[in-house]
Design a protein around this ligand. Structure first.
Ligand code: 5GP
Length: 171
């Protein structure tokens, strides 16, 4: 199996001094690596869901490609004030301040089974907000999939404690 970590670069001191940013744009630029990434995700996420939810913005890229490869639909979880229809939203804490994630209120029928996807899980705050939002809309979060997990930051464990199964390709 191809090791995807070689296609992901680390940029020091972005977006703030001391942060080692894992940059997946190099993975996306490499067609073979991106294809292998989607195949590897498809192999571990199962098929027991109807929709793949992507978190804006990098999560959209992986969610859309994965959903297409599995024949599933895509649910967009967006930053505040981007969606045109009536929305539901969840606020979540950032290191400094707050953010909000939203989805269309009518996007999922009650009981719809959803796979949550993002490029990376760090503290888990973003993914937990995404899971809470899907549940608020009546959906069932079947599991969450990430290209990269930063296990030292505890996000995957926090998400599991929240009742969500977690899979990731690269640590
Ligand atoms: P968390 O909420 O788990 O602390 O942070 C994860 C969110 O922030 C994800 O939406 C992810 O895209 C973004 N993020 C945080 N750190 C990084 C990083 O080093 N690389 C990338 N690509 N995204 C990051």
């Amino acid at each position: 199996m191809r090791d995807l970590s070689a296609a992901i670069r680390t940029i020091p001191d972005f977006p703030a001094p001391g942060i080692q940013f894992r940059d997946i744009t190099t993975l996306l630029l490499d067609g073979a690596a991106f294809g292998a990434c989607i195949e590897q995700l498809a192999a571990v996420v199962g098929e027991d869901f109807n929709l793949v939810a992507g978190i804006e913005a990098r999560g959209f890229v992986f969610a859309a490609a994965l959903a297409h490869s599995l024949g599933k639909g895509v649910l967009l979880l967006r930053k505040r004030n981007k969606l045109p229809g009536a929305t539901l939203g969840v606020n979540y804490a950032l290191e400094y301040g707050q953010d909000r994630i939203e989805m269309h209120a009518d996007a999922v029928a009650p009981g719809t089974r959803v796979l949550l996807v993002d490029d990376l899980i760090a503290t888990g705050g973003t993914a937990k907000a995404g899971a809470a939002l899907i549940r608020q809309a009546g959906g069932v979060v079947v599991r969450a999939a990430f290209v990269i997990d930063l296990p030292d930051l505890g996000g995957a464990d926090a998400l599991r404690a929240d009742g969500v199964e977690v899979v990731a390709l690269v640590a």
